[in-house]
Design a binder for this molecule. Structure first.
Ligand SMILES: Nc1nc2c(ncn2[C@@H]2O[C@H](COP(=O)(O)OP(=O)(O)OP(=O)(O)O)[C@@H](O)[C@H]2O)c(=O)[nH]1
Ligand SMILES: C=C(OP(=O)(O)O)C(=O)O
Length: 212
């Protein structure tokens, strides 16, 4: 099964506000872009991924992620994360109504193509499935294998919402790189320990990462 990924990215100047303690205002936009570049590059290198659509209104991110091979979908609803995901999935499905679609966060800088492949193969066993994030309260991936709607309910505490909505929770072990989203300095330290991609490695080199 070959998936189309929908990756949302908010304007870089507003992104990653919870990293303010770790990265100054002038650094955070570049860090958010680097996370997205590493996420998109790993996604495009995944054997189970046919293509990647990034939903964003950020011009710099659109240019850089488009150069990696992502399709850019303007965030025309501009009504938050879940509206952006529903819009992106809708744009993809208008051209190919039954294509398997998965929403993936743009802040997975340690993402490994082989681990993402395991997650997508497992998701293909269910009509609708999701993967909880590393801290266990959020979601990093929500997938629809058949004709159904994505019905995204991302945001703080999304794991319990996705579970309550009837999506199957994937209980896979050994897919830490797909679970490790980066919202805080502590998350960044955990991602660096897993091993981040080259874009994040370059930008984070000068940062003071919190000690455990
Ligand atoms: N296109 C789009 N993407 C969004 C929007 N809001 C959030 N995202 C993306 O959704 C994912 C999770 O977002 P959040 O955790 O809410 O925001 P963040 O910028 O990552 O972090 P904080 O500012 O600390 O909340 C990231 O990939 C964001 O870039 C939105 O309104 N539109
Ligand atoms: C959007 C989410 O992630 P976070 O707010 O943790 O980045 C989520 O977990 O649904």
């Amino acid at each position: 099964m070959q998936w189309t990924l929908v990756i949302p990215l908010k304007p870089l100047t507003r992104a990653k506000s919870r990293l303010a303690d770790t990265a100054a205002d002038g650094v955070r936009p570049g860090l958010a872009l680097a996370f997205a570049q590493d996420t998109v590059a790993a996604a495009l290198a995944c054997a189970a991924v046919a293509d990647v659509a990034v939903v964003t209104d950020d011009r710099l991110a659109a240019r850089e992620l488009g150069a990696l091979g992502a399709r850019i979908v303007p965030d025309t609803p501009a009504d938050g994360l879940n509206a952006a995901l529903a819009h992106g999935a809708g744009v993809v499905r208008r051209l190919r109504p039954r294509v398997p679609v998965a929403a993936l966060n743009a802040d997975l800088p340690a993402l490994r193509p082989g681990e993402l492949e395991r997650v997508l193969v497992a998701a293909g066993e269910f009509p609708r499935a999701f993967l909880a994030d590393a801290v266990g309260v959020g979601t990093t991936m929500l997938a629809v294998a058949g004709e159904g709607e994505l019905r995204p309910a991302f945001g703080v505490g999304s794991r319990s919402r996705h579970r309550a909505s009837g999506a199957a929770e994937l209980g896979l072990a050994g897919v830490d790189s797909v679970r490790q989203d980066v919202d805080t300095g502590e998350d960044l330290r955990a991602a660096l320990a897993l091993g981040v991609g080259s874009y994040t490695a370059a930008v984070s080199a000068g940062l003071l990462i919190p000690e455990p």
